[in-house]
Design a protein around this ligand. Structure first.
Ligand SMILES: [Zn+2]
Length: 138
């Protein structure tokens, strides 16, 4: 049932690990703690497995790695196996879009934060706060 070459298999494994990128996730976790953003939970079973879920406010937050999610600013095709990578990243992107749409249809506000924008911590925190505040106004 499995026709993957060894390269494709190793890429797939890397992708599975990369999707739950602990480092970027922990950077945001620390940022939120430092800024007193509370009320989130992790490992909630929702489409796309959001990194953070604010159940009460119905807000989900994803941190998207610049490589795996095809950041328009930082993604560069690796020099080898270009067709393979182009297809792989394009399929990651369309999966992201599908999951975002599905979550929105279910009444969640979806925030996707690029890995690179974690460096601008005040802007990132402002985005999250704004989403949380907007919901509580209703
Ligand atoms: Zn980026």
């Amino acid at each position: 049932m499995d026709f993957l070459t060894p390269l494709e298999r190793s890429v797939r494994m890397a992708a599975i690990r990369g999707r739950r990128n602990k480092t970027t996730e922990l950077v945001l976790l620390t940022l939120m703690r430092e800024n007193g953003v509370v009320g989130w939970r992790r490992q909630i079973d929702l489409p796309g497995k959001p990194d953070f879920v604010f159940k009460k406010e119905r807000v989900v937050v994803f941190v998207d790695g610049c490589f795996w999610h095809g950041c328009p600013l930082h993604f560069r095709l690796p020099s080898g196996n270009r067709a393979f990578w182009a297809k792989k990243i394009a399929s990651n992107r369309s999966r992201d879009q599908r999951q975002t749409k599905l979550l929105r249809q279910r009444g969640w506000k979806v925030i996707r934060i690029w890995e690179h924008s974690l460096k601008n911590s005040s802007q990132t925190i402002r985005r999250i706060r704004r989403a949380l505040d907007a919901e509580s106004n209703f």
